[in-house]
Design a binder for this molecule. Structure first.
Ligand SMILES: NC(=O)c1ccc[n+]([C@@H]2O[C@H](COP(=O)([O-])OP(=O)(O)OC[C@H]3O[C@@H](n4cnc5c(N)ncnc54)[C@H](OP(=O)(O)O)[C@@H]3O)[C@@H](O)[C@H]2O)c1
Length: 256
């Protein structure tokens, strides 16, 4: 990738950095020369990632432990990051949770857990971060990690899919409201990306059947997200805001 020149020393907050996509995004941004702040609940995982990034880049990430379902915890985490490393240049709003309960069996607890994390948490993380940017008279960029299930219905993932549809619309809404502050808001909508958590499922018969519905007939790899992520973080995409970009091997536009 050659887009990364203006990411050098810029500060990006990555939520959900303790595993999967978030840990990968933190590595990609750090390799591009950015400084990173890592947010999640499992501090030990953040510390392990921080040690590995520090040994590779020489710059120690900031760690902020927070449960993003709690708005006070979000505000405390953002204040802590600003105090330790300054006002962020960007936020990767990635933390999320999935629930595979069938619609008729979804309880209030299932609903709240998914919506409070994926939608309310993402909203308040973005607004708490943007508030600091605006106060400091700084521009910035927010990249929300949505999902193709927010663009088209999928199996038994109702609250999850609805939260991601909300996140896609939140992307457009905030893009409009914050354009006057020079804050761009875009989203990536990944398809099925292979991670440690789903590798076993995708090796199964049901998983293989699902892969056949992807026009490119393969799962996404974490590295498939690198270029889209760096593009949205980089000023090379300065005229992009309010975009929700599928990264899915054509899955969301597959023929009926
Ligand atoms: N993998 C895919 O195929 C795929 C496809 C489309 C979209 N996505 C989206 O990508 C994002 C990351 O998914 P993933 O596959 O990497 O899942 P993952 O490995 O389960 O990671 C989820 C991350 O979110 C954090 N998190 C969850 N609840 C939180 C809370 N209440 N407060 C703070 N942090 C919380 C977790 O950290 P702690 O548990 O340490 O708090 C973890 O770091 C999600 O938004 C997901 O919807 C994934």
């Amino acid at each position: 990738m050659t887009l990364s020149s203006d990411l050098k020393d810029r500060l990006f907050v990555v939520t959900g950095a303790s595993s999967g996509l978030g840990a990968h995004f933190a590595q990609v941004l750090s390799q591009a020369g950015a400084r990173v702040a890592l947010v999640a609940r499992r501090r030990e995982k953040l510390e392990a990632l921080s040690d590995s990034l520090t040994s590779r880049s020489g710059a120690a990430p900031v760690i902020a432990e927070a449960d993003i379902r709690n708005v006070s915890a979000i505000r405390a985490a953002v204040a802590d990051i600003v105090e330790q490393a300054g006002v962020p240049d960007g936020l990767i709003n990635n933390a999320g949770t999935v629930d595979t309960t069938k619609a008729l069996e979804v309880t209030e607890e299932h609903w709240d857990s998914v919506l409070d994390t994926n939608l309310k948490g993402a909203w308040f993380f973005a607004s708490a971060t943007a508030e600091k940017m605006v106060e400091a008279g700084r521009t910035g960029t927010v990249v929300n990690i949505a999902s193709i299930t927010g663009l088209r219905p999928a199996g038994a993932v109702g609250p999850y899919a609805i939260s991601k549809a909300g996140l896609a619309h939140m992307t457009r809404q905030l893009a409009v409201e914050w354009a006057r502050h020079g804050i761009r808001v875009n989203a990536l909508a990944p398809g099925y990306i292979e991670t440690d958590l789903n590798r076993e499922f995708f090796a199964s018969e049901a998983g293989q059947a699902l892969i056949k519905r992807v026009p490119q007939r393969r799962l996404g790899q974490l590295s498939d997200l690198d270029a889209p992520l760096l593009m949205l973080c980089d000023e090379a995409s300065a005229y992009m805001t309010g975009a929700v970009i599928p990264v899915d091997g054509g899955h969301a536009v597959n023929a009926l």
